[in-house]
Design a protein around this ligand. Sequence first.
Ligand code: NI
Length: 251
Amino acid sequence: MKIASFHLALLVVVAGLTGTSCSTTGKKNQPSPQAAPTGAPVPLPTSAGTQDSYSRVATSLPYVALTFDDGPHPTYTPRLLDILKAKNVKATFYVVGTNARRYPEIMRRIIAEGHEIGNHTVNHPNLSKMSDDGVRKELRGTHEAIVAATGMPPRTMRPPYGAITATQKSWIRKEFGYPTILWSVDPEDWKKPGSTAVTSRLVSGAAPGGILLVHDIHGGSIDAMPATIDQIKAKGLQFATVTQLLAMEQR
Ligand code: NI
């Protein structure tokens, strides 16, 4: 509750970004509460942030975004959600379309508990080596899978391996509205260095506006989260979703 006034300020910032949130025309920017009917065009997201790409957000506000890639996973993601709920932390999940389609109930739980879902492609390819049409299919497929499961269009994307060209970032931003979200701290948890190492790397790298990369498909990464969250809070930092952090950008 101590940050309620900040949240109010953030709402004002977000309202300013969307421009027409108090008018009826602003309604079209609201996420659809229902999944789109089959065959109907999927609504594209309200744009977030000002840049085509971010590895951190320029802000002096004491917030970081915890992001989890490659899920949802049938056991690790629910275990992570239990931890996040107990710690009252909101996070962002960059899901792959194959898993999004397979575990729609976990997708709905992620949204129901106040987290955010972003687009991490259908098949996790290296986008930088693909044709525009191939990239478009990868992003559209996961966009549609997320909307089908949750009714909430994703507003940001993360390219697998961080591999993406400047040209791709630019047209993806125009066509999908997504800024490309990279990261400022990579603990290389996919190499399974042990949960203590994952925690210490994330905590030492955490700074205002930071974007922390974790994978919710490795048990050791989930095991690292309680201590990671506690130690980041002890540094005076709090947690925001990616679009909340983008709304804190100071230009
Ligand atoms: Ni990935």
